[in-house]
Design a protein around this ligand. Sequence first.
Ligand SMILES: [Zn+2]
Length: 259
Amino acid sequence: MKKILLVVVVMFLIISLTGLSNSSDDRDVIFQTSTINALFKGLYDGNVTYKELKKYGDFGLGTFNSLDGEMIALNGKFYRIKADGKVYPVDDSMKTPFATVTFFEPDRTILIKNAMSFKKLQNHLDSLLPSNNIFYSIKIEGAFKYIKFRSVPRQEKTYLPLTDALKKETVFELNEIKGTAVGFRMPGYIKGLNVPGYHLHFITNDRKMGGHLLDCMIQEVRVEIDSSSGFYMNLPESAEFRKANFEKDNKFNLDKTEN
Ligand SMILES: [Zn+2]
């Protein structure tokens, strides 16, 4: 009898350690909390803490509750970039309304030694990728001739939709800078859930500045790519999410805010 009880207790411990319903055993899965359309609706308060998020990845991007900064995760470290473009630490107790992470284990490395615009870089990578229909986690590290990125100011309730909130974004431009861009290339069919195409956040080598990448001219970079066929999405448990109407086409919003 005692033995049986012990087994039950051990099993319970294993189950409770896995946290959100999916186990994070499969390191090749892209994990996402909430949807990009929820952000468009102004749903800026999530229930997932950074402590929880870290169980699903050491690499990725997202934001914080009240839209209080851009998030970038790289080599297991999570950074918060506020509207001043500066980098701040992320506390485990902070929460996110939208984030995409994975355990970054690159399958492929591409060295680029000639200057290229962001558009040309995307076309070049597209020509090398085996399929447009799977997920890619992408890390671009090296020297940038030019880079333009943005961050967002903390929002106060009642929250405005993302397109309106972004009217107060702060945009930064740097020349001749070393740093890393972190993010994903997602298939077109992901529209509504995440950002189709390339979505990257940037951080400087000294880890002092960064943001959501808007444009760049690369100088000499190493591109690492981790392809993935697994995608796991966790929906917010808020009343706002359950009440929101997501039926309207958000293509216009996506083009305007993320691309
Ligand atoms: Zn972003």
